[in-house]
Write a protein that binds this ligand. Structure first.
Ligand SMILES: [Zn+2]
Ligand SMILES: [Zn+2]
Length: 345
């Protein structure tokens, strides 16, 4: 079978790899129909993430079930499903408490499309078929009113954006919110849309990239055109700030723009070993900084519900529709959000 493989920086190839088959009774085999490019994929593909190839790429997947193991009871061939990017069993203590990104039944950070993180290659969404373990727990049904391309991002970046603003806005209705753009380029724009949907009175979007600014403006954000890496005074203060810059400068800017007692959410981890954090300002302002990997499977049902009822619209952030055949080239496109669609999907 064919699989898009990250070989080395800026070299992606379709490799012929051994056919994926059911391994356990709880597995399902999925034929991917649409895969969105996660913000980290472009950083992996261009070598910024420093991951060593070869491994399968792509982890925001919607597909069709083609085969299920004997123990799978909730899904059948032909069902259209969303596949959370992280592998989780649904039964360990962490999964039961909602920490599905930290399942103890599989190696730490087990995910599709990012083998170096866990040491296990679970395959990627850009392939003929994908094996999904713990299928009854993992999979979510695709609502009939959503297209695969609109639903795919919910398996990672859309849900990540959702939890970076929606819970805070629920406890602080009518808040003003500031979002800093950058490396988490799709997530921050989803966050703009979601913040508006959840009643933020103003969404201030800070960035210097003209394409992202254009999308944020279309979504109703108030634009502050600035490269936070250049320094300069803070804004606000705001009760909620989101840093998607992926840089230490962006994080410091967001923290300093947060109101006393406010929340700063960082949507991005870090590639460097140590990142400076302005603790003096955090301490004196009294900022709660939140950052963590998403627990995809736990958050997704709420997000599927919102999107299927039209509360916000992930497809508004998509800037390129590409075929699977064009994936090796399109994965490297600097555009904001790519969706790869199998023919006819
Ligand atoms: Zn991702
Ligand atoms: Zn588990």
């Amino acid at each position: 079978m064919l699989q898009l493989t990250y070989v080395k920086p800026s070299v992606l190839e379709w490799w012929d790899v051994p056919q994926v088959r059911l391994q356990n009774a709880g597995d399902a085999i999925i034929r991917p129909l649409a895969v969105t490019r996660c913000d980290i994929d472009v950083l992996i593909a261009t070598g910024v993430a420093g991951f060593k190839g070869p491994f399968a790429l792509g982890h925001e997947t919607v597909g069709e079930v083609v085969e299920v193991g004997d123990a799978v009871t909730l899904f059948h061939p032909g069902d259209r499903v969303l596949v959370p990017f992280q592998i989780s069993c649904g039964e360990c203590d962490r999964c039961r408490s909602g920490q599905t990104g930290h399942c103890t039944s599989v190696p730490f950070r087990s995910s599709f499309g990012m083998a170096p993180w866990s040491g296990v290659d679970y395959g990627g969404g850009l392939s003929d078929v994908l094996r999904v373990p713990f299928a009854d727990h993992m999979l979510l049904r695709q609502p009939p009113n959503l297209s695969p391309s609109a639903a795919a991002g919910i398996t990672d970046n859309v849900s990540d954006a959702y939890r970076s603003v929606a819970p805070y806005l629920k406890s602080r209705p009518n808040a003003r919110i500031m979002i800093v753009g950058g490396r988490a380029q799709g997530i921050v724009l989803y966050a703009v849309d979601i913040a508006r949907a959840f009643g933020a009175v103003e969404v201030i979007y800070v960035d210097h990239d003209p394409d992202r600014i254009r999308v944020a403006k279309d979504l109703g954000a108030i634009i502050v055109e600035r490269n936070v890496a250049d320094g300069g005074p803070s804004l606000g203060p705001f009760p909620i700030t989101v840093d998607g810059s992926g840089t230490a400068e962006g994080l410091a800017f967001a923290i300093r723009s947060t109101e006393p007692g406010g929340i700063c959410h960082r949507t991005f981890g870090a590639f460097e070993e140590v990142t400076p954090v302005p603790l003096r300002d955090m301490y004196t302002i009294g900022v709660t900084l939140h950052l963590s990997r998403l627990n995809a499977r736990s958050v997704m049902p709420e997000v599927v519900e919102c999107v299927s009822h039209g509360k916000f619209h992930p497809e508004r952030i998509i800037t390129r529709y590409a075929s699977f055949e064009d994936a090796a080239e399109a994965m490297l496109d600097p555009t904001i959000k790519v969706v790869f669609c199998r023919d006819g999907a």
